[in-house]
Write a protein that binds this ligand. Structure first.
Ligand code: ZN
Length: 387
């Protein structure tokens, strides 16, 4: 089956072209063959196909790569959000209320909710999603969470070290022993990534190192939550261990920025978190100008960021993190691919997965210019059209 999407007014390929990292083409066409992109070129040169989609001058971008989410959980924390908006401060410990609800939920309840989130994301243009565990915090539940996540994505992250559960209060080293022992044994077969929340109120730098090194020894690849609530040594640890990404990075020292710029570690910005917790936004301009590779992800979770909308996160990153629209769209697509060490998604080029989004607008600029407006006309994932 060959599908030709033609009369594309503005095509974001992300195949860098001189000064334009987005590799923007006008009056373009894309040929999809099976689950891959077969050809990209000028609409006037377009080859024949079994099915023709006329984009009518509108914009096409790569499907969003959301490299950070927590989608398998029970319960709801709307009341906590409401209290926060009335002045209560965000703290990492709120995770524990979701843990209780998650442990109580059945596999089918968690699975239905998870699939609902994925549908909602796909409708907003997200075609690749990373999903973390971390709301079980015991061997049985963490195993359930990574197993359910593995049913829907290959980007599964074991985050048993999300926070110390209540029953291990004041015994955090013993909890780390459990995470890197029995829990890792149960979860590693379902996961690609190992993650840790390296932050005051969660895990110390030495504890984080133990978690990451144990995961690496089991064949998992490291990624780290760090510098969300204050600066620390989490970024340096991530770079030293060759992590694919450090996520949050709200409070970065100059040394952190220098270390990231000289590394293959991506800094994943999570604008929904600062938006939903009223924390100061990280300065993406400072990072990009220093040469750091930047990704944007939603961090969809019931506590600190309950949006699943990449367009919303792009709009916030442009307005409040001082990114250009081109940089933000780049970060939300090929930046996310880099954060997942994937070279088959995030670009529109021959051989790449046919993950594409046709917008209702003539330009990707509308993603930030028209915040909150549903701008996705159609989505193809692996060459299959949704919506
Ligand atoms: Zn997170």
């Amino acid at each position: 089956m060959r599908i030709l999407i033609t009369n594309i007014g503005e095509l974001t390929t992300n195949v860098a072209d001189g000064d334009d990292p987005c590799g923007t083409r006008h009056d373009a066409a894309v040929l999809v063959e099976g689950d891959r992109i077969a050809w990209v070129g000028a609409a006037v040169d377009a080859p024949d196909a079994d099915e023709i989609v006329d984009a009518q001058g509108r914009a096409v971008i790569p499907g969003f790569v959301d490299s950070h989410s927590h989608l398998v959980f029970g319960g709801d924390r709307a009341a906590e959000f409401e209290a926060r908006m009335q002045g209560q401060k965000y703290a990492a410990g709120g995770i524990r209320s979701t843990v209780a609800a998650t442990r109580a939920a059945t596999d089918d309840e968690l699975r239905m909710r998870l699939r609902g989130f994925l549908d909602e994301m796909l409708a907003q243009g997200t075609t690749t999603v990373e999903i973390k565990s971390g709301y079980g915090l015991d061997v049985t539940t963490e195993e359930r969470l990574v197993r359910l996540a593995a049913e829907v994505t290959e980007e599964v992250t074991f985050l048993g070290a999300h926070v110390v559960p209540a029953e291990y209060a004041d015994r955090s080293d013993e909890y780390v022993d459990l995470v890197i022992g029995e829990m890792l044994d149960a979860c590693a077969p379902h996961a690609k990534w190992i993650d840790v929340f390296c932050e005051t109120g969660a895990f110390t730098v030495p504890q984080s190192r133990r978690v990451l090194e144990a995961g690496i020894a089991r064949g998992l690849q490291p990624r780290v939550h760090a510098s969300q609530l204050g600066s620390g040594e989490g970024v340096q640890l991530a770079v030293e261990l060759g992590a694919a990404s450090i996520d949050h990075g709200t409070y970065l020292t100059d040394d952190d920025v220098t270390a990231l710029a000289g590394s293959a570690t991506v800094l994943t910005l999570l604008p929904g978190v600062e938006f939903s917790t009223r924390q100061p936004y990280p300065d993406a301009r400072r990072l990009i100008d220093a040469g750091v590779t930047v990704a944007i992800a939603c961090d969809t979770n019931p506590g600190s960021s309950f949006t699943s909308s990449m367009p919303f996160c792009i709009a916030v990153a442009v307005r409040d993190m001082r990114m250009t629209v081109a940089e933000a769209v780049h970060a939300a697509t090929v930046g996310g691919a880099a954060a997942l060490r994937r070279d088959d998604v995030g670009r529109i080029a021959p051989g790449m997965r046919a993950d594409l989004v046709l917008l209702k607008s003539p330009s990707r600029v509308h993603l930030a210019y028209r915040p909150g407006v549903p701008l996705v006309e159609a989505v193809w994932k692996d060459g299959v059209r949704f919506s």
